[in-house]
Design a protein around this ligand. Structure first.
Ligand SMILES: C[S@@+](CC[C@H](N)C(=O)[O-])C[C@H]1O[C@@H](n2cnc3c(N)ncnc32)[C@H](O)[C@@H]1O
Length: 966
């Protein structure tokens, strides 16, 4: 395989340690708010920095004729080898964990029960840690390690080996990058990302020593990228200055809030959080009902609940707050509430709505005048609006020197004095409302309806972004912005920009869309998901509670970026700068409405951004945002990538990242890239995202595909029938190379990686040619498609997976026997192998079925739920499934039935009796034994406990059949 006109094949074009990079990416993602860039502000779909680092180094490092050594060296550079990981070790492995890795003799030598034996020298303890650490597998080790970005690169000893292998003279990653880059491009490599979003690609590229070009259509993205490169990348000093400025503003706001007396009660307690709920009039009984999804207020430590007490005179409810209730009362309150997904449950026992929930649609309909659209000047609901907003609880902080933490917490219903303070807040806001809007301290922007932005308009009548905040939130967040901007004359741009973007952070953590989490007793961010969902109850933060959202970034992550960087707001199709490599993560088939959601932040930045960056536009340019997957989308993508290809040297490269959905989606992307003048040289799938569950279990893991591309320079035309054998050879070659590199004890590749590799191999062959027969790829891409219609090359690509499926004979089954089996039997047996590897994603089985040319396999699956996919065990097949056509009459099915019989009758002989009824039992005996043995071994897998009995029986039956005589 030789990629385009590049004389040297890069490491990432020949191999990639997908499993280790996935695990590191997952670890980074799991650090949530302590990820290096997330603390700068919210962006959706940020890519892990380690993924960018691995991809870039993989692109710059040449592959030699010794793939095993290449791999070792690559891992050394990333500190993912044994020594590198040891260097990254952060915490001690506790004695009880050590015990599990030691022989009885070693345990006696080093341990005393669950503790280390006393009297061990420091050296002995270190040796013990190292011995056990090296015995651990990658996942276990990672628990005790820093992330690679948190240490200072490989050790001096590692550099000797790296330099010896690569012929370089580096002693740091930026030096290595510069040397390798200069070799290829004659100068320090430059990396561009025209969809930079939160800035992962440009930040990491700059940190490891590349010059960078970054742009995005969206000003919020540009601001975040700017902050990443200039603040985190500005080194300790800048970070320190920024933190000081933040502290100064924080203290100034504190003084103002204290002076106004809006956050402190008569006992001198300070409010930490204010809890509000919506209130509506019940259309059935006319009472005013607070909408509370649960009556539990805080369930973890304080056990606080709300109680609704009827006030018949005013047809409303008082809300009492009880602290320190019993666990039972807390549980009961958690189950009770006045609003569920089915509608409002009126707490008035006399009301029909007490029994039958009343939908909000009905409440809106019944309300005279329906839902009113708020006017620009509104900051609270008007008295006759459907949805009123009511403060029902305040979480107070009392200073108490005697308690260990120095504070005591209280949850109380608001008193008359608290309500008076609320009024004061409203008056203070109203006094300065217009001036603050004018000066850009608080938002004034209208909400443009859209897929996501219509939600607040439709559900609450909020027409402007400031309607998404309570008066207290507007006043408080506005004070931060006012003082930040008033520093204008004295501080540098860096601090200013940082402060402005921090106000965005405040908005995210302090809006009417941030959720009160009664289990953690904390407030969640507005964008805990990718939507603008309105809530029935929500918190507003007090000043102390805002601190964590305001002060960033943590010093530990600062780094001195010394290379050149340029940041622009630009439509990706009009890039004019050339770079050595483009690494992009396009908004491809990810349903995130960046352009709409980011307006939530833009509303806060709009005016100050104009002052800070006069060249930047402050429009989210919705019309230009690339979205969807239709022909319009394909057209803009071809335009963007054709332009990028024109802006890179002939020996340059591109990596396109996108979240792996199904093969059809990415085959389509590959066609787009081909049409843009690129050829695919490799594809790898890294597990980067996870909704829940561990990577190890394979649950809920989403992959990011890295497509490696070079310029297409061939003039050759190929014919589909000529290509077929070429694809076959390439698929087999690719799979064999991967199999040869894989490590049985710590597998690098999963079944999905092999499937993906087959697609990549096919694409490599296809995109190598300028033209395939008389297919007009542009016309194919640009014409509208019927649902389910494919592009004409998809057949070739799909065939590649068929070749792969046939080539990848499951372990523990004889090659010859495998070839005798029908496609459904192969699907079933291979599917069981995937299950034994912990693969539960439905997509992986769909791919497999496609590979074997099977349309329907419902009869074979026990569960087809997303991420819970599994195939039936022998005992789970029904009697009536046997016979007829296809799988039901196959040898595998007969064997499964025999196992079932043996299990039911608790006698292997019953299985043999069934098998003996088969017409060609004696001729097929060898195959039967092979299938039984295969099932017996698979059943031992940890991931398939449901197979335990069947597998054991299959093993016994195999012995019985083997010993059978005529
Ligand atoms: C998947 S995100 C990139 C995320 C980024 N890699 C990160 O780690 O944060 C895609 C980006 O494309 C941007 N975008 C959408 N249409 C665009 C266009 N026409 N030109 C430039 N950028 C665009 C979006 O604003 C979004 O930031």
């Amino acid at each position: 395989m030789s990629p385009g006109n590049s004389s040297t094949l890069s490491f990432i074009e020949s191999q990639f340690p997908v499993s280790k990079v996935s695990k590191e990416s997952y670890k980074e993602r799991r650090s949530v708010q302590s990820q290096t860039l997330t603390q700068l502000g919210k962006w959706w779909g940020r890519k892990p920095l380690i993924l960018v680092r691995a991809a870039l180094i993989g692109l710059l490092m040449p592959a030699s004729g010794d793939p095993v050594r290449d791999r070792e060296i690559f891992l050394k550079i990333l500190t993912m080898d044994d020594e590198g990981m040891w260097q990254r070790k952060k915490t001690n492995i506790p004695a009880r964990v050590l015990a599990g890795y030691l022989s009885p003799r070693e345990q006696a030598e080093y341990l005393d029960g669950n503790r280390l034996r006393s009297g061990l020298s420091r050296e002995e303890r270190d040796d013990l840690q190292r011995t056990v650490f090296l015995r651990m597998n990658y996942d276990e080790r990672l628990r005790y390690c820093y992330r690679p970005e948190e240490i200072d690169g490989p050790s001096p000893e590692a550099w000797i080996e790296i330099n010896a292998h690569l012929g370089t003279h580096a002693s740091s990653i930026p030096e290595l990058v510069e040397e390798l880059g200069t070799r290829q491009f004659g100068e320090r490599p430059s990396v561009g990302d025209c969809f930079c979003g939160g800035g992962s690609v440009p930040f990491e590229a700059a940190r490891i020593g590349c010059d960078v070009y970054a742009s995005d259509l969206n000003p919020v993205a540009a601001l975040l990228t700017w902050a990443a490169l200039n603040i985190v990348g500005g080194g300790e000093e800048v970070v320190e200055e920024v933190k000081q400025a933040q502290q100064e503003i924080y203290d100034t706001v504190d003084r103002q809030v204290t002076e106004w007396g809006i956050e402190e009660n008569e006992q001198g307690w300070r409010a930490y959080a204010y809890l509000y709920c919506c209130e509506v009039v019940c259309p059935e009984c006319g009472w005013r009902i607070p909408l509370l999804p649960t009556l539990s207020v805080a369930e973890r430590m304080d056990k606080v609940i709300a109680e609704l007490v009827p006030d018949p005179t005013h047809k409303r409810y008082d809300i009492l707050i009880h602290e320190g209730v019993s666990a039972e009362a807390s549980r009961e309150a958690k189950r009770s509430g006045t609003i569920t997904s089915r509608g409002m449950i009126c707490p008035n026992p006399e009301c029909p709505g007490h029994v039958t929930p009343i939908s909000l649609a009905a409440i809106r309909r019944e309300h005279s005048g329906g839902l009113r659209l708020w006017e620009s000047g509104d900051v609270v609901p008007r008295p006759d609006d459907i949805f009123q907003e009511r403060l029902y609880c305040i979480r107070w902080q009392e200073r108490d020197e005697r308690s260990r933490s120095g504070v005591r917490w209280h949850f109380h219903a608001p008193t008359a004095a608290d309500l008076e303070r609320e009024e004061r807040v409203l008056a203070l806001l109203q006094e300065r409302f217009h001036e603050w809007q004018e000066k850009g301290y608080i938002p004034s922007m209208k909400i443009e309806p859209g897929e996501k932005t219509t939600e607040p308009i439709r559900t609450r009548g909020w027409t402007h972004w400031h309607h998404l905040f309570t008066p207290r939130q507007l006043l408080h967040n506005g004070l931060f912005m006012m003082y930040s901007l008033s520093l204008n004359a004295v501080v540098q741009l860096t601090e200013m920009a940082c402060l402005v973007s921090s106000v965005g952070n405040l908005a995210n953590w302090n809006s009417k869309l941030s959720r009160w989490d009664n289990s953690t007793e904390l407030a969640k961010d507005t964008f805990y998901n990718q939507a603008l969902n309105t809530l029935y109850n929500f918190p507003a933060r007090g000043h102390f509670f805002l601190k964590s959202a305001w002060i960033y970034p943590s010093k530990d992550y600062s780094t001195n970026i010394l290379t050149n960087s340029q940041i622009f707001i630009r439509n990706a199709s009009s890039i004019q700068e050339a770079v050595s490599c483009w690494i992009t993560d396009p908004p491809y088939a990810d349903a995130i409405n960046y352009h709409e959601l980011s307006e939530f932040f833009l509303a806060w930045y709009e005016k100050s951004l104009k002052n800070l960056f006069p060249d930047w536009s402050t429009d989210s340019k919705r019309a230009l945002a690339i979205t969807g997957t239709g022909e319009e989308f394909r057209r803009s993508m071809v335009e963007v990538y054709a332009n990028l290809t024109r802006h890179m040297p002939d020996n340059g490269a591109q990596i396109v990242m996108f979240t792996h959905q199904d093969a059809g989606v990415w085959a389509d992307l590959a066609m787009i890239l081909w049409a843009a003048g690129l050829q695919v040289t490799a594809a790898w799938c890294i597990a980067t995202e996870t909704e829940s569950g561990g990577l190890k279990k394979g649950n809920y893991v989403q992959g990011t595909v890295l497509l490696v591309l070079r310029k297409q320079t061939s003039e050759e035309t190929a014919f589909l029938d000529e290509i077929a054998p070429e694809v076959e050879d390439e698929v087999k070659r690719q799979l064999d190379a991967m199999l040869a590199l894989d490590d049985e004890d710590d597998p690098n590749f999963t079944d999905t990686d092999y499937q993906l590799a087959a697609y990549a191999a096919a694409l490599r062959v296809l995109t190598k040619y300028r033209k395939i027969e008389d297919i007009d790829i542009m016309r194919e891409l640009y014409r509208p498609r019927e649902a389910g219609e494919k592009n004409p090359l998809e057949g070739v690509i799909e065939n590649a997976v068929k070749i792969a499926c046939d080539h990848l004979v499951p372990k523990n089954i004889d090659d010859w026997i495998w070839r005798q089996l029908g496609p459904e039997e192969r699907f079933y047996l291979k599917g069981l192998e995937m299950e034994s590897h912990g693969e539960y994603r439905i997509g992986a089985y769909q791919e497999l079925a496609r590979g074997f040319g099977i349309r329907n396999y419902q009869n074979l699956q026990a569960s087809g739920r997303a991420n819970e996919m599994r195939l039936k065990t022998a005992s789970e097949f029904k009697d009536r499934d046997i016979g007829g056509e296809g799988f039901s009459s196959s040898l595998t099915r007969q064997v499964l039935f025999a196992v079932r019989q043996a299990v039911v009758e608790e006698d292997a002989a019953a299985g043999r009796v069934w098998l003996r009824t088969l017409p060609d039992y004696w001729g097929k005996r060898k195959d039967i034994i092979a299938i039984l043995r295969y099932l017996a071994v698979l059943g031992m897998s940890e991931t398939m406990p449901q197979w335990e009995k069947d597998a054991e029986t299959a093993g016994i039956l195999a012995v019985v059949v083997e010993g059978d005589h005529v």
